[in-house]
Design a protein around this ligand. Structure first.
Ligand code: GDP
Ligand code: GDP
Length: 441
């Protein structure tokens, strides 16, 4: 039988659920000393699913100071022994730092998770159940262990978890901010990518110029920029040159796509002496669609005579043509002379911070309330759209979920209004913002 461990901070209702799952008839609480003494186990059933339920309530290591410390060891061992983790939070309280602590343990284990928002009976539980989304453990099931509500949804989630061997969606990629920051430098042929990379590396390790062929085959190269580790990804693909012009154009976009996928921040390098071209836009759009942080660098600045005019024109064109990443940093550089390269790298580091930013649920919902008062969603063909609650489900790039009814008829213009509003209110310039909608269960 599969083993399901019930995990969560104290008082969320783990034992109440455990008792309900095993039922009085089949209660097989194992009190044998030794192996299982540190937790309660019993044969449980939800509908036609039978499993061994493990209750981790009330087992604390009194030698530790913090609650999290006291609970961690036995929680980890229960997770390790489980096929499925049933993670429980209290919908009346909402997500607490302790919940986040336990959710991190669960996420790190990679085990299939069923997220339960307990005490969801009545209206008070609604907001807390939405809040549970930001734990990044998938869709929460609104449950009332005490009143026996929500068990049909629990049944469905358990059977999915058993079938798929896991439903751990929305897993953040490596959130480790201490590793090197990976950067791709992309752009049209001859924009000056190799020259810029050489400049960053501080040595002429790559050939530049129109006749350059494949000069290196490394996938990435690391450097230290003002104490920050930077990894330039896929430098090999950037310098492969083709002979025929249109083949060259196609390859530039393909090469860009590959390096974008490896990068956190993408520098789109433009030749400032040439206006924005279709290919520049294609590449920048690709960066936004792939959800990477974007910085635009205007290269060959040494050749520009009317600098103020050129900057203004590029700024205007960028915001108009790339409205999906409005406010992205635009930095003038000269890869040949080194002018502006410091500012470019500073912009890269800042863009990375913005891309990683997390906004608290409370702040988002205060903002949402004001927005809805000022500019409520329009009625569409008699359908009343109701927007209720918003939370950030992940960063890298910042992603939000908005709960409401009939959100499918929201006009695109209103969705853009919300995204731009988020961008301004929470200072998220130049990063792609994801906004999705859910109907409350
Ligand atoms: P544990 O420490 O996680 O095992 O939590 P317990 O199962 O001991 O429950 C803690 C408190 O929450 C008890 O007072 C329960 O009666 C209460 N509780 C448990 N489930 C529910 C529920 O679905 N709704 C409400 N309102 N209270 C509940
Ligand atoms: P890539 O195809 O994007 O890698 O471009 P390269 O780095 O090979 O540069 C193409 C051409 O532009 C070369 O002749 C470079 O010397 C020149 N170039 C690159 N950066 C600058 C710059 O900042 N100023 C000037 N004037 N020329 C540059």
């Amino acid at each position: 039988m599969p083993v399901v461990a019930i995990i969560g901070r104290p008082n969320v209702g783990k034992s109440t659920l455990f008792n309900r799952l095993i039922g009085k008839r089949i209660a097989l609480v194992d009190d044998r000393p030794g192996v299982t003494r540190d937790r309660r186990e019993g044969e449980a059933r939800v509908g036609d699913i039978e499993f061994v339920a493990v209750d981790t309530a009330g087992l604390e290591d009194a030698s530790e100071d913090s609650l999290a410390g006291r609970m961690t060891a036995q929680t980890v061992s229960a997770i390790e022994g489980a096929d499925i983790v049933l993670f429980m939070m209290d919908a009346r309280v909402g997500v607490t730092p302790e919940d986040e602590h336990f959710a991190n343990l669960v996420r790190r284990s990679g085990k299939p998770v069923v997220l339960v928002a307990n005490k969801s009976e009545g209206k008070e539980g609604l907001a807390g159940a939405y809040d549970a989304f930001r734990l990044g453990l998938g869709d929460p099931i609104a449950l009332s262990a005490e009143h026996g509500e929500g068990f049909a949804d629990l049944h469905l989630a358990l059977s999915e978890a058993l079938e798929n061997g896991g439903v751990s969606e929305e897993e953040d990629e490596d959130e480790d901010a201490t590793g090197p920051l990976s950067v791709a430098i992309v752009g049209r042929p001859n924009a000056g990518k190799s020259t810029l990379i050489n400049r960053l590396l501080g040595e002429e390790r790559m050939l530049t110029g129109p006749e350059a062929g494949i000069t290196r085959d490394s996938i990435s190269v690391e450097l230290l920029w003002r104490g920050r580790e930077i990894k330039l990804v896929d430098t090999a693909g950037m310098r492969r040159k083709a002979k025929v012009q249109d083949k060259l154009e196609k390859m530039a976009v393909q090469d860009a796509l590959r390096s974008i996928q490896y990068a956190e921040v993408v520098v789109v390098l433009l030749d400032a002496t040439i206006p924005f071209e279709k290919q520049d836009l294609q590449i920048a759009d690709l960066v936004a669609r792939e959800g990477r942080a974007i910085v635009i660098a205007l290269n060959k600045w040494d050749l520009v005579e009317n600098r103020a005019g050129a900057l203004k024109a590029h700024r205007e064109a960028a915001d108009r043509l790339l409205s999906q990443v409005k406010g992205m940093p635009l930095v003038a550089v000269s890869a040949s002379t080194g002018e502006g390269v410091d500012r470019l790298m500073q912009a890269v580091i800042t863009a990375h911070e913005v891309w990683n930013r997390r906004v608290s649920t409370a702040k988002i919902n205060r903002w949402l309330e004001a927005v809805l008062q000022q500019h409520p969603p329009p009625a569409v063909r008699g359908s009343r759209v109701k927007l209720r609650y918003m939370t950030q489900t992940k960063a890298r790039p910042p992603s939000f979920v908005l709960f409401g009814t009939r959100t499918d008829v929201l006009p695109d213009s209103y969705v853009r209004y919300l995204v731009n509003g988020l961008r301004e209110a929470f200072d998220l310039p130049g990063t792609p913002i994801r906004l999705s909608f859910r109907e409350p269960k």
